[in-house]
Design a protein around this ligand. Structure first.
Ligand code: ADP
Ligand code: MG
Length: 345
C-alpha cells in the first residue's frame, strides 16, 4: 500500500514535533527514517499507525484519507525497540495473536492460524522453537518473533521503530541482512526507523534524513551519502571532516590559498568545506593541494586517521592515511574531485 504524508504538522502542547512534513512512500518499498534522537521519527510512525493524530495535514493510504480508518482498520504491523511479546504466551501463540483477536467474521479457523504461524516461524528462521516462551529466547530471537507476529496479519504497512536498537552490534548486523531478505520475499511496504546511519544505508531503498521535526533530504543510499544537500546531512551520514573556508568570485580558499574548487553558488564570503576522511589523498605535488602537518594519529577500524593542522590555523582535520605515515611531517593533501561540498555557515 502506498502511504502519503501531506503537510503534516504535529504539536505537543504547542511544541512543534513535526513541521509541515510531506513524504510519499511507494508501495512495496523499504524506506528508512534516519535522524538523531528527538527528530520526530517515532511521532511520524505513530501518526501513520493511527495511534495519534496530526495537528494539521493528512495521511493517505492509497487514495483514502487514513483519518477515516481506526487503528484496527489500518491493519498495521508494528515492531518496537523493546520487545512487546506476551510473556505468558508461547512463541507460536505470540505469532498467531493478531489473527486470534480478529472479529469472528474475519478470523481464520484455529488450524489455519497455527499453520500460518508455523510458516512464519520458518520464514524468520526459528523453526522448532514454537513452544518456547519469550524468556527462553535471546534478544535477537525475540525480535524475530516480534517481526513474525507483525507479518502474520498481512499488514498494509509494516512499521519498525528501532527494532534492533537494544541488541549488540554483531547481532544487529546479522539481523539487518536478514530483514532485507525477508522484505524481498514478502514485499510489504515497510518504514524502518533508526538513528544508525549504517543500518539505514545498508537496508533501505530510500533514506529519509530527519532533523528537528523536518525532512532534510530523501534519496537512495548512494545519493544521500555521495550528495548530501546540507551541512546537517553531511555531518550525520558517514564520517565527515570540515574546514572553514572563504569564498571569492566563486572560488574556495583555505587559509588564503585557492583549492581550485568551485563554491557551487554559495552566497556570502565564508563557508564550511565538508568532505569524507577517505576522500583526501596524500599527493607528491599538486597545484590544488594543501599543506598540513600531521599532529597525531588515532586508531580506527582498518585505517589510521590523522589530525592535520592546516596552514598554521588551529583547525585540525581528520583524514585517512597509511598506518606507517610519519608524524610531524609536512604533508601535501588533495581532495578527490567532486567529493566535497561547501555550505554556508
Ligand atoms: P525520535 O523518535 O526521533 O527520537 P520523537 O518522535 O519521539 O523523536 O520525539 C520528537 C519530539 O517530540 C521530541 O522533542 C519529544 O520530546 C517530543 N514528544 C514526543 N512525544 C511527545 C508527547 N507525547 N508529549 C510531548 N512531547 C512529545
Ligand atoms: Mg523514537
Amino acid at each position: 500500500m502506498e502511504v502519503r504524508v501531506k503537510n503534516v504538522r504535529k504539536e505537543f502542547d504547542r511544541y512543534p514535533a513535526l513541521h509541515d512534513l510531506s513524504l510519499d512512500i511507494r508501495s512495496g518499498e523499504l524506506i528508512a527514517l534516519l535522524g538523531p534522537s528527538g527528530s520526530g521519527k517515532t511521532t511520524l510512525l505513530r501518526l501513520i499507525a493511527g495511534l495519534d493524530f496530526p495537528t494539521e495535514g493528512a495521511i493517505y493510504f492509497g487514495d483514502e484519507d487514513a483519518s477515516l480508518k481506526s487503528v484496527q482498520e489500518r491493519n498495521i504491523g508494528f515492531v518496537f525497540q523493546h520487545y512487546a511479546l506476551f510473556k505468558h504466551m508461547s512463541v507460536l501463540d505470540n505469532i498467531g495473536f493478531g489473527l486470534k483477536v480478529r472479529p469472528r467474521s474475519t478470523r481464520p479457523p484455529k488450524a489455519e492460524i497455527r499453520s500460518r504461524a508455523l510458516e512464519l516461524l520458518d520464514l524468520v528462521q526459528l523453526k522448532g522453537l514454537e513452544n518456547r516462551f519469550p524468556s527462553q529466547l535471546s534478544g535477537g530471537q525475540r525480535q524475530r518473533v516480534a517481526l513474525a507476529r507483525a507479518l502474520a496479519i498481512e499488514p498494509t504497512v509494516l512499521l519498525l521503530d528501532e527494532p534492533f536498537g537494544a541488541l549488540d552490534a554483531q547481532v544487529r548486523k546479522g539481523l539487518r541482512r536478514w530483514l532485507r531478505e525477508i522484505h524481498e520475499k514478502t514485499g510489504h511496504t515497510t518504514i524502518f526507523v533508526t538513528h544508525d546511519q549504517q543500518e539505514a544505508l545498508e537496508l533501505a531503498d530510500r533514506v529519509v534524513v530527519m532533523s528537528q521535526g523536518k525532512i532534510e533530504q530523501v534519496g537512495g543510499p548512494d545519493e544521500v551519502y555521495d550528495h548530501p544537500n546540507s551541512a546537517t546531512v553531511f555531518s550525520f551520514i558517514g564520517e565527515s571532516a570540515r574546514l572553514p573556508v572563504t569564498i571569492d568570485k566563486g572560488q574556495v580558499y583555505l587559509a588564503g590559498r585557492t583549492l581550485g574548487l568551485d563554491s557551487k553558488g554559495v552566497a556570502g564570503r565564508s563557508g564550511t568545506l565538508f568532505f569524507r576522511p577517505h576522500d583526501v589523498q596524500i599527493v607528491e605535488n599538486d597545484e590544488a593541494s594543501i599543506v598540513g602537518t600531521v599532529v597525531g594519529t588515532r586508531r580506527t577500524e582498518g585505517t589510521r586517521q590523522v589530525e592535520l593542522e592546516v596552514d598554521g590555523t588551529r583547525d585540525r582535520v581528520e583524514i585517512e592515511i597509511p598506518a606507517d605515515h610519519p608524524a610531524t611531517q609536512k604533508t601535501r593533501i588533495a581532495f578527490r574531485p567532486k567529493k566535497w561540498s561547501v555550505f554556508e555557515n
